[in-house]
Design a protein around this ligand. Structure first.
Ligand code: ARG
Length: 616
């Protein structure tokens, strides 16, 4: 029986092409390297292409004649392969090979192969478990306690949640770790400050709800008053060595912060497990010993450091600071050991801004030197990202030049989404030149039927979706400019466009009048059949979904997935225009293609952390 999981068509195309190529090369006693495949999405006659034959040609080129295998150029080699190919072979997934102007071999899959896979999706749903299950620790979001979550925490939270969902979809075991900044200097400052201002604050109820205000005041003192600074530093040492009073204060502060960021996580639909910096405090001494035993610890100016030759132009790792305390570096060394040696993770992903790249390079390299991290058996990556800027390309600030609080930012996105939805109902948002067809009218009609509560719920969902999608579609490493207008645009590569596209698919299915059971019956009896070139284009894109995920888990570029979603929505929209997908005679099987598209888009939404709206 066929396994009920999705296939990687890219892998199949690559393997089948390799066989054909090797068969053609047999007379020359040459074997091709694995075929590198890339997806082609706009042509009816091509699903993939590969540059690998270029490599074969160049490797076998005669220096003088510039020929390989007696063939004048790469095109001649491709043609030789094409001639040797027999599409009638039953086990062959490929229907046709061709060659591009640059000498890439092009590959077209058999229609039957595509149809079978679409039917597989419709019958069995979307399952794509990996062959090699891994335990992956994703370190993300990780705000610092006592400081309010601000726009800087937006990206790691959004990116982290999405990459976790993608790994989970592939059936990996994922640890969603919140490496909270819940230890260190800021607590010394806060505790010392509270003691000074409100000596009885631990026993008398003091309104601590706005911790950030206390934090700011204590930080000011810390920076301006050397005596206070000293007290604060001593208080940190007290805390780290377990002084009960400090410990109690610390717990209170953590709890207050936790209440605040839990609200944000809920709105962003993010799940995390707390393993804050404090968790590693008692694990640090053993790590210091390990480093010492490995001969990696060097005294430098009173501190204990790790120096690594290839990073000689940057500061070393500070394992024990001059004052005997531990800091960010010490904690991260204990943390990486714990994840690799105690939790036995196969892969570690750290998500922070690019500014911390030197830090993680150093931590990962040190773990490798000491033998905890053994690539390629274990894998450790800093999944870094660029900063969020204002529309002017400068640092993102409020009008009064303050850092933007995450809560305010989310509220504004929701309010603006509400406006969008209202505009849509009143008809003022009709896209230029777009003829409003039946579905579109019905969709709009649906929103007026929403209750006030549903209305607000839709706005919240759309607002969060807009922010997330706009973030994820960026090249992760670049900075980007935050723009509500752009992210809430109804046209182009935005969540709003995709949400409308999705609602439209739902509406077509609803309008067909087919109930779920009837749909299943058609799937079982008739199955999907391609009957129009545009359908082939859409179907060919649908079956590439697993390949997109494979690429994302490899290079951690989630924008590949958002680009895929947008591409899919555009191709379907083209389908409505070109051949009235919804009111043609082949309606029944066409509905199946719409349903498969809807399912994939729904899954993609989930993977990027978006809740789709069926009616809008
Ligand atoms: N709390 C840190 C910050 O806000 C991020 C922590 C990242 N994770 C880690 N293991 N160092 O910059």
């Amino acid at each position: 029986m066929e396994p009920k999981v999705l296939k990687s068509m890219m892998r199949i195309a690559s393997q089948h092409t390799l066989k054909i190529v090797n068969n053609a090369l047999k007379p020359y006693n040459v074997q091709s390297p694995p075929i590198k495949i890339q997806s082609v999405t706009n042509l009816v006659d091509v699903d993939y292409n590969t540059p690998t034959l270029l490599q074969v040609f160049n490797q076998n080129k005669d220096k003088k004649t510039k020929q390989a295998f007696g063939l004048a150029d790469i095109k001649a080699l491709c043609n030789k392969v094409i001639e040797s190919f027999n599409p009638d072979d039953k086990d062959q997934a490929i229907e046709k090979l061709g060659v591009t102007d640059q000498g890439f071999l092009t590959i077209k899959l058999k229609q039957q192969v595509i149809e079978d896979e679409i039917n597989n999706i419709l019958k069995n749903g979307l399952n794509y478990p990996t062959e090699k299950k891994q335990k992956i620790a994703v370190d993300f979001s990780s705000p610092n306690i006592a400081k309010e979550m601000h726009v800087g925490h937006l990206r790691p939270t959004i990116i982290g949640e999405s990459i976790c969902r993608i790994f989970e979809f592939q059936n990996h075991e994922v640890l969603r770790i919140n490496h909270l900044g819940d230890w260190g200097t800021q607590f010394g400052m806060l505790i010392a400050y509270m003691k000074m201002k409100y000596p009885n604050y631990l026993n008398e109820p003091t309104d601590l709800s706005d911790l950030t205000i206390f934090y700011k005041e204590s930080k000011k003192l810390f920076d301006e008053n050397p005596e206070f600074k000293k007290t604060a530093q001593l208080t940190v040492v007290d805390l780290q060595s377990g002084n009960p009073e400090c410990r109690k204060a610390w717990e209170i502060f953590c709890e207050i912060s936790r209440r605040e960021y839990t609200k944000i996580y809920k709105r962003l639909d993010t799940t995390l497990e707390e393993f804050g910096e404090s968790f590693y405090n008692d694990k640090i001494p053993a790590v210091i010993q390990d480093l010492k035993d490995a001969g990696l610890l060097v005294e430098s100016d009173g501190a204990q450091c790790v120096f690594i030759e290839k990073f000689k132009n940057q500061p070393p790792l500070f394992i024990v600071k001059k004052d005997g305390g531990y800091g960010y570096d010490s904690t991260d060394m204990a943390c990486i050991k714990y994840r690799l040696k105690t939790l036995n993770c196969n892969r570690l992903v750290y998500i922070t801004d690019v500014g911390q790249q030197p830090h993680f390079d150093y931590i990962i390299a040190t773990a490798e030197k000491i033998g905890w991290h053994v690539p390629p058996t274990t894998r450790a990556e800093h999944m870094c990202f660029g900063i969020v800027q204002g529309e002017d390309g400068k640092r993102f600030r409020t009008r009064s030049s303050e850092t933007v609080k995450l809560k305010d930012l989310l509220d504004e996105a929701r309010d603006r989404a509400l406006e969008k939805i209202k505009e849509r109902i009143s008809g003022s948002s009709k896209e230029e030149g777009a003829e409003e067809d039946e579905e579109e009218k019905e969709n709009k009609g649906n929103i007026t039927k929403l209750s006030e509560e549903e209305y607000l719920d839709a706005a919240e969902k759309m607002g969060m979706a807009a922010i997330k999608y706009y973030d994820l579609r960026q090249n992760r490493i670049s900075n980007y400019n935050f723009s509500y207008d752009k992210m809430l645009d109804t046209k182009g590569n935005t969540a709003v466009y995709l949400l409308y596209s999705y609602a439209r698919l739902c509406s077509i299915i609803r309008k067909s009048g087919l109930q779920a059971e009837e749909l299943q019956k058609i799937i079982q009896t008739q199955g999907f059949k391609i009957s129009h070139p545009q359908e082939r284009i859409i179907a060919s894109l649908l079956i590439k979904f697993p390949d997109v995920l494979d690429q994302v888990t490899e290079d951690l570029a989630i924008n590949r997935l958002t680009d895929y979603m947008y591409d899919l929505a555009c191709k379907v929209a083209e389908g409505y225009r070109k051949y009235h997908i919804n009111n043609s005679e082949d309606k029944l099987t066409r509905i199946l293609l719409i349903e498969a598209t809807r399912q994939i888009l729904e899954k993609c939404f989930y993977l990027v952390g978006i809740k789709p709206l069926e009616k809008i």
